[in-house]
Design a protein around this ligand. Structure first.
Ligand code: SF4
Length: 616
């Protein structure tokens, strides 16, 4: 492979990288599809962006590099800048995040996506958004052109820089980015920009792109399945209805306050009919919750009026739910649940939940010119093929570039967090194992539990000689970064980070070098066997005869392996990864570990840990 042909910006290729680049290049050249399990360290971002840029440069195609989180955009933009500088080539690229995060208006970040789009549309139509007006006025046209030229010259730029420059000049960053995107060869975006049909259609129309001329790259692809399900799921709750009733009263829509009260009564009656003191969730049918379909349109009109005054409308949320509730049955479950609000008040919720992501992704995959899904944790590849709806696709697990001897991977089968085995005695045993391991790893250790409750139950009994840092539910990005920075500062005397598998510390944080010397994954982070999980198992059993694997076991194993991946982030990192649960030795779970992991089973982990860290 000639590095110049694919505009590779570094001097050296890493182990496994060339193999991956060749497959990416072939997929792009021949309009193919690829699902790649690409271990950390291969250099995924540069491996896809180099062949992508070289392909789109003189062709009428556009590459979309899509991520589940904004934080991953930085590396992509930096890589594009590197390619541009190294090969002295000119091309435009744009970095998009959710429109509300790019918006120049104050106070919009608290709105939901749907609410924000209504708000933005509303003030554009009324001519009260000056940022937008400047983008469309003839008067500001010369200033706008100058700004666009400057951004193209400086680019590709991070979205934060684009937003700052645009807002300082009085222009809407999203509108200006769309203008540049029309001439761009690469777009960095969120999954949502492509997965949401409404958002994609509107964006494509504005930036003059189409799926058949697009190369879609989904980074951190293990998130795709849950992201699509969440995107296609809607909820209605007593909380939303109470707020909608207040809103109707405040805006003097007395008749609609009565209608909303009626809907609330229906929800409460459903609770009485379908649930009991012992059973707090169950399946319902579309006909269990019927209403006059005219409400959908009426609520939408009222919500528009509400948003003129206060940006957010609960009546709009109710209207959105009613519209979705009329949708089809295949691939969805209708679930009624009873829970409690923080105030202790009972909250009944009704949801129309998507079980089958391929209802959305299959069409996208079939229509796009080329699709690449990649992640360090994408096993088994067949599951992603089946669940996302790929038909003709190359699937491959790439070699790990890091020396095997730098990592000690152990399964310690001494405990279990299986529901039937959870009791005080077991929590003490887990605490004992965790304490022993953490105290014997020289340096920082992260310990991930299957849930916050188990973390709390075990933590009462741990005896750890290191400073503890704890993940809390609902941490903001700033709070999360603060905890990580403090944890990192303990690398010499040792700190311990307690988190949850699938939580905010188990993914997307890089603790390279001495910042993390060990990870302990306590128990198996399986989903609760609730109604949704049972429906998933049933659905995938009917569709693929793999209900337990696809609906229960494999998503749990993905979370565990993802959490363990925080440890070895560079080729010189040395660390231990301990899976603490007897079930990891069972074949149904054990087969999910990557093929090149030299994973050992040990009842005496401390001896092995000490040997590992004292050996050269
Ligand atoms: S047009 Fe732009 S600045 Fe105005 S509300 Fe919409 S996103 Fe915000």
């Amino acid at each position: 492979m000639n590095k110049k042909d694919i505009l590779f910006p570094y001097d050296e290729l890493r182990k496994g990288q060339e193999d991956f680049i060749v497959d990416v290049n072939n997929s792009i050249l021949f309009g193919g599809k690829l699902i790649g399990s690409v271990p950390t360290g291969v250099g995924k971002t540069v491996s896809v962006l180099s062949p992508l840029v070289s392909f789109v440069l003189d062709r009428n195609y556009c590459g979309f590099f899509l991520t589940p989180k904004h934080t991953q955009h930085k590396l992509a933009i930096n890589t594009l800048r590197l390619i541009k500088e190294r090969y002295k080539i000119k091309f435009n690229a744009v970095d998009f995040i959710g429109k509300r995060f790019m918006c120049g208006q104050e106070g919009v970040a608290v709105l939901s996506n749907g609410e924000f789009h209504e708000y933005c549309r509303d003030i554009r139509e009324k001519g009260t958004c000056d940022f937008y007006n400047n983008c469309t006025n003839k008067k500001s046209s010369a200033k706008k052109e100058l700004l666009i030229e400057r951004l193209k010259e400086l680019g590709p730029l991070h979205v934060e820089d684009v937003c700052k420059l645009c807002i300082d000049e009085g222009f809407c960053p999203f509108e200006i980015s769309c203008m540049i995107a029309k001439e761009s060869k690469v777009i960095i975006g969120d999954y949502y920009h492509i997965l949401s049909t409404g958002v994609r259609d509107a964006l494509f129309l504005k930036i003059n792109k189409s799926l058949d001329k697009s190369i879609l790259i989904f980074d951190e692809g293990h998130n795709l399945i849950s992201r699509v399900r969440d995107l296609m799921t809607v909820n209605l709750s007593s909380f939303i209805l109470d707020n909608a009733i207040k809103e109707a009263n405040n805006f003097h829509y007395d008749e609609y306050a009565d209608i909303l009260n009626e809907l609330k009564n229906k929800l409460e009656n459903l609770n009485k009919d379908k649930l009991s003191v012992e059973i707090n969730e169950g399946l319902v049918k579309k006909q269990d919750f019927i209403f006059n379909e005219q409400y959908i349109q009426d609520f939408s009109i009222i919500a528009d009026e509400v948003r003129e005054v206060k940006k957010r409308s609960f009546i709009g949320l109710v209207g959105g739910f009613l519209e979705a509730w009329l949708g089809g049955e295949t691939g969805y479950a209708r679930i009624l649940q009873r829970g409690f609000l923080k105030s202790g008040k009972v909250n009944i919720s009704l949801s129309y939940r998507c079980l089958d992501p391929s209802l959305i992704t299959k069409k996208i995959i079939d229509e796009a010119y080329s699709v690449i899904v990649m992640s360090g944790t994408l096993l088994p590849l067949e599951m992603y093929r089946d669940l996302l709806g790929f038909s003709d696709v190359k699937m491959k697990e790439y070699d790990n570039p890091f020396p095997v001897e730098n990592k000690l991977s152990l399964i310690v089968p001494n405990i279990s967090t299986k529901f039937t085995k959870r009791n005080e005695e077991m929590y003490k045993r887990i605490a004992n194992e965790v304490s022993e391991i953490v105290n014997n790893v020289p340096g920082n250790v992260a310990v991930f539990f299957p849930s916050y409750n188990i973390l709390k139950d075990v933590d009462r009994f741990t005896v750890i000689k290191k400073t503890g840092f704890y993940e809390r539910q609902g941490l903001t990005k700033e709070e999360r970064d603060e905890v990580i920075e403090k944890f990192k500062s303990h690398k010499d005397h040792g700190g311990v980070l307690f988190g949850v598998s699938g939580g905010s510390f188990s993914e997307g944080i890089d603790l390279i070098g001495d910042y993390l010397k060990g990870v302990v994954v306590v128990g198996l982070p399986l989903s609760r066997p609730d109604v949704e999980t049972k429906e998933l198992i049933k659905y995938y059993d009917d569709k693929f005869s793999k209900g337990w694997d696809y609906g229960y076991i494999l998503p749990g194993m993905t979370k565990a392996i993802q959490a363990s991946g925080r440890c070895i982030r560079s080729e010189t990192d040395k660390g231990v990864i301990i899976f603490l649960d007897e079930r990891y030795t069972w074949d149904m779970y054990h087969r999910c570990f990557p093929k090149d992991w030299d994973i050992k089973i040990s009842k005496l982990p401390v001896e092995r840990i000490n040997r590992f860290f004292t050996s050269k």
